[in-house]
Design a protein around this ligand. Structure first.
Ligand code: ADP
Length: 554
């Protein structure tokens, strides 16, 4: 027997409809690319997004067509998203931090027909246009006064024209109908950065994004409220800004969009002038903010909570926010394939009773999954491993916000017999259910058959007062196969000896995890999603030999 409740397709256009109807006056504030702070409301965003839908229809965009964006977080970017998705077209967020060749490859693979672009990124578009044969129109996200001169860097017979965002908004009516299609309809496309092999597209559905929104709104997840003022530093082009472009309008929270400026001073100014209560970003952004606050004796008078993820969060960040500024840090884990929120280190009732210091080991872990997300750990053969906090295994994940295949079948079958997706991460899960990422599977160090967590060593080492950044890689060892090597980029003007870092690690990690050497470097490279690029580090260090090994060889 079937239930007798209404169906109501879970499509994301309903999120902005709701925001406009019930929170229509709530603000969306942007530090614009042109310079000034621009203030709009959910009511206006809704109206202008509908006008863009009509503009896209006028350009011949049909349901299922891919329309790309190459843009910072802004009110206009929100309008483009909803204008595209409301029609049943697919909003493809391109990551401007990738190399132009990669962007061209991705846009061509996706078959993007129209591209919305910020002024900042127009040179990239000129460079890639000849190599994206599907691309017909480029919409510059600005007003007529700021429209630039533009020419593709080569033959692009498919290119039909450069259009102005504000002119399109002005010239079209807001009378567009949204939704009315199946909730499984594709609505967003985002490629993983492809550190191994070609990038692969994750194709979100309206339903998966709608469910992800409901999941993230839970108090133990992001716990957003209409009374919040939210500043997503995490970009809309990287894993959907962790869903904030949906969850903020869903609750009617005010949004504050940082545009192109993500340095400590610019973020601090917006946090204070707009009364921000909640923010989300990767650890490096918060490190820059904390350095700025310390240098200027700045305060955080309204901020209550920050979600930190995308890379492991070092203890010093959690402590600085808590001890010096009274801000709660929630450490989170996820990936493009998981929409992206997968786990959060929210304290349980039992842990919340403990003194803060005793909570810290759990706050440093990536935490527990919300309803709708299932996790398991397996060995190399796929057999389940126990949740004992020490067994390292492959982290696998299942649920209706998790990818079941990549766009156009890239990579083939990606689920195991039980329908779980292999995240490519290695983790432990403890008796309280707290998951801890120990490594990407390809970065883990196998020393004498046992696994060493590079992430754990580097997040401890980076708390050394002289360290700006740290990375650990495995290097060849004749007896143990691999041993850890610690690379340190010091803060400007600092000098240090390897022993200072080894002493700092002593007692904080197992003795046999102690790096065999410490090398000071000028640069620790980051990839396009802000993570340490270990592939490049390994390349740079390919001729390095451990001192002890060199000594025995000579
Ligand atoms: P890409 O793989 O394209 O860089 P993602 O942003 O999807 O992009 O990367 C997801 C990966 O980032 C995860 O699989 C994991 O390795 C890493 N990651 C995300 N959050 C954390 C975290 N809190 N701690 C450690 N690693 C993390």
């Amino acid at each position: 027997m079937r239930g007798l409740m209404q169906h109501g397709a879970l499509t994301v256009d309903k999120i902005l409809d709701h925001a406009a109807r019930w929170h229509g006056g709530r603000e969306v504030v942007t530090r614009s690319i042109e310079g000034p702070i621009v203030r709009t409301t959910y009511g206006q965003v809704h109206d202008r997004a509908k006008r863009l839908s009509n503009a896209l229809l006028g350009l011949g965009v049909a349901p299922g067509d891919r329309v790309a964006t190459l843009a910072w977080n802004s009110g206009r970017h929100m309008e483009a998203w909803y204008g595209i998705m409301g029609l049943g077209a697919v909003c493809h967020t391109l990551n401007p931090r990738l190399f132009p060749e990669q962007i061209a490859w991705i846009a061509a693979d996706a078959g993007d027909r129209v591209l919305f672009v910020d002024l900042t990124f127009l040179p990239i578009v000129a460079a890639i246009l000849p190599r994206v044969p599907s691309l017909e129109y480029v919409v510059v996200m600005t007003d007529p006064d700021h429209m630039p001169a533009f020419a593709p860097a080569g033959d692009a017979p498919h290119f039909k024209g450069l259009l102005c965002f504000e002119t399109l908004v002005e010239e079209h009516s807001a009378d567009a109908s949204w939704g009315g299609f199946d909730e499984e309809t594709a609505c967003g496309l985002c490629y993983t950065s492809g550190t191994t092999g070609d990038p692969k597209g994750v194709l979100y559905s309206h339903r998966s994004n709608f469910l992800h929104t409901l999941i993230t709104l839970q108090p133990d997840v992001m716990g957003l409220s209409q009374r919040d003022v939210i500043l997503p530093v995490v970009p809309m082009f990287h894993a959907n800004a962790w869903g904030v472009a949906f969850s903020a309008p869903a609750t009617g929270a005010k949004m504050v969009m940082p545009g192109a400026k993500m340095d400590g001073a610019s973020i601090h100014e917006l946090l204070e002038t707009e009364g921000v209560t909640f923010s989300a970003a990767v650890p490096t952004v918060w490190q820059m903010l904390l350095q700025h606050l310390q240098a200027t004796n700045g305060q955080l008078t309204t901020l209550k909570k920050v979600v930190i993820g995308g890379a492991a969060c070092p203890e010093m960040i959690i402590r600085a926010f808590h001890d010096d500024y009274g801000v709660e840090v929630v450490h989170a884990w996820g990936m493009t394939e998981t929409s992206p929120v997968g786990t959060l280190s929210t304290m349980t009732e039992e842990l919340a009773q403990l003194p803060y210091d005793q909570q810290m080991p759990y706050r440093l872990k990536q935490g527990r999954p919300p309803l709708g997300v299932e996790l398991k750990l397996t060995d190399d053969e796929g057999a389940r491993l126990p949740s004992d906090g020490t067994s390292f295994g492959h982290l696998k994940i299942r649920g209706s916000i998790i990818a079941r295949a990549y766009f156009k079948g890239a990579g083939g079958e990606i689920l195991d017999d039980e329908g779980f997706f292999d995240t490519g991460d290695v983790a432990t899960i403890d008796a309280r259910g707290f998951m801890q990422i120990t490594d990407r599977a390809k970065d883990v160090i196998k020393s004498g058959g046992e696994w060493i967590s590079t992430i754990e060593i580097e997040t401890i080492a980076v708390c050394h007062p002289k360290a700006a950044m740290t990375a650990v890689i495995g290097v060849a060892h004749p007896k143990w196969d691999e041993r850890p090597l610690l690379l340190v980029k010091l803060k400007p003007g600092e000098t240090a000896s390897p022993a200072e870092f080894l002493d700092f690690l002593a007692g904080k990690i197992a003795k046999w995890w102690t790096p065999d050497d410490v090398v000071f470097v000028d640069d620790i490279p980051l990839g396009a999603t802000g993570k340490i690029d270990k592939k490049l580090i390994r390349q740079r260090m390919k001729d390095y030999v451990l001192p002890a090994v060199a000594a025995t060889a000579s």
